[in-house]
Design a protein around this ligand. Structure first.
Ligand code: SAM
Length: 182
């Protein structure tokens, strides 16, 4: 492996990794992004945000139990950010909670603990992936250890994807509610 980059919000975790899991090819960075559960006072995550770690595109991105705590606007914003930072043949692997029997596309299921458990409809995730320039290669069923798992790769032509899937505006969502409010 040429390089491994780890990112998360808590600066203390990043400091610990830099102090204790240090290898020349490993780098760790704190990111400032807001999240209702993990970083309520952070910087809003937008589609044009940049990631630390240098200009080299990523070949493999793994996010286990991260979108599980994302609302739709942050989900799609991060998909855009990751797409821009990815090699053309990259792989994106992430886990998420899927419930296709819900009335809504998204449900923040524990209202008094915002984004503790965010549920999505599969079709909605596929739309967000498409309009952010990703195509799913596989969706794996959950196991005892893991939620649903998506494996994706960049679509070659992002302009075409946007035309096909429509604009990436999925509205604003309020924690703990089923309805879209803007
Ligand atoms: C349930 S933990 C999963 C941690 C680890 N991936 C694992 O599988 O054990 C969710 C992680 O997502 C991180 N997180 C939440 N929002 C984030 C954001 N906007 N940007 C980066 N990391 C975020 C949290 O800080 C937390 O470490």
């Amino acid at each position: 492996m040429k390089a491994y980059v780890g990112m998360d919000i808590p600066p203390k975790t990043i400091q610990y990794l830099n102090d204790n899991v240090s290898r020349p090819e490993f780098k760790y960075f704190a990111v400032p992004f807001a999240n209702a559960m993990y970083n309520p006072t952070g910087v809003p995550l937008t589609a044009d945000a940049t990631l630390p770690g240098g200009d080299e595109p990523y070949d493999l991105i793994v996010m286990q139990s991260v979108f599980t705590h994302f609302n739709p606007q942050d989900f799609v914003a991060l998909l855009h950010v990751l797409r821009r930072h990815s090699a053309s043949d990259a792989r994106l692997f992430f886990t998420c909670f899927i419930d296709n029997d819900m009335e809504s596309d998204f449900l923040d299921s524990v209202p008094d603990k915002p984004l503790l458990m965010a549920y999505y409809k599969e079709s909605f995730i596929r739309r967000m992936l498409g309009c952010a320039g990703w195509t799913p290669l596989a969706l794996y069923a959950p196991s005892n250890q893991m939620q649903h798992q998506f494996a994706c790769t960049p679509l070659p032509d992002i302009e075409h994807a946007v035309q096909y899937f429509g604009p990436c505006d999925f509205g604003q969502w309020e924690s703990g509610r089923r309805e879209r409010y803007v």
